[in-house]
Design a protein around this ligand. Structure first.
Ligand SMILES: [Zn+2]
Length: 232
């Protein structure tokens, strides 16, 4: 199996219920990668060489072959692209964990050409008061998944999408509720998490039969149950 630049060579070990695989990168390096991080269209898809190249590609303000006209739009879009690449490929960045850390990448086209990004931006409604926004929060930066939004729209998207981790993936509650690995409904998951459950156990522990639940309920309810048992 091949994921990005990584060719999976052999199974290494299972540790803490996670599997590790030995992979060979196109550049010739080998590295050991956690199975859940090997995904198509995201995750770990090189030995680290892709990140180095990506960061290096943001080094030069005006690539010699650029056809984009100089001006304020050029300068702002340059900064936006540098920020986007840094969030996805530079672990020293403050927000890396929410981007590169969860497998968000920048498409090859934008990674290797500022002009590709510039001309997409202009054609897709860029203006100086808008910022770049992803339509699907689980997918990377690419012409298909990006649009220009106001700060207000972006804040709304962020608020309505609190994310939870399970099985090495990060999704919003709605998505986990529909996930085939969830054995209870999203409301049960929500209540359990509010009671301090670990998210993955909250979604994979079957619901208790009603009778047992009553016996384990909080103090007030237990008294009620006992009274009922006595009177029966
Ligand atoms: Zn490599």
């Amino acid at each position: 199996m091949k994921f990005g630049r990584l060719l999976v060579k052999e199974f290494v070990k299972v540790e803490n219920r996670r599997s590790y695989w030995l992979c060979e990168c196109d550049c010739g390096n080998t590295s050991i990668v956690m199975g859940v991080n090997l995904r198509h269209g995201g995750g770990t898809n090189s030995c680290g060489c892709a990140s180095k190249e990506a960061i290096a590609s943001t080094g030069k303000l005006r690539p010699s072959k650029s056809l984009a006209p100089a001006g304020p739009d050029y300068r702002r879009l340059w900064k936006i692209r540098v920020g986007m690449i840094a969030r996805c490929y530079d672990p020293r960045q403050l927000f890396y964990k929410d981007y590169g850390g969860r497998g968000i990448t920048v498409c090859d086209e934008w990674l290797h050409s500022f002009d590709a990004f510039y001309f997409w931006a202009i054609a897709s409604g860029y203006s100086p008061e808008l910022s770049i926004d992803r339509k699907n929060n689980d997918e990377g930066y690419s012409p298909d998944n990006c649009k220009w939004s106001t700060a207000k729209e972006q804040a709304h998207n962020r608020r309505s999408s609190k994310r939870y981790e399970a099985f090495g993936e990060s999704k919003v509650l709605e998505e986990w509720g529909r996930d085939s690995r969830a054995v209870v409904c999203k409301n049960t998951i929500k209540i359990r998490v509010a009671n301090g459950w670990d998210f993955q156990s909250a979604m994979t522990t079957p619901a208790m039969p009603r009778r047992d639940r009553a016996l384990l309920g909080h103090q007030g309810r237990r008294k009620k149950t006992e009274k009922r048992i006595e009177t029966c």
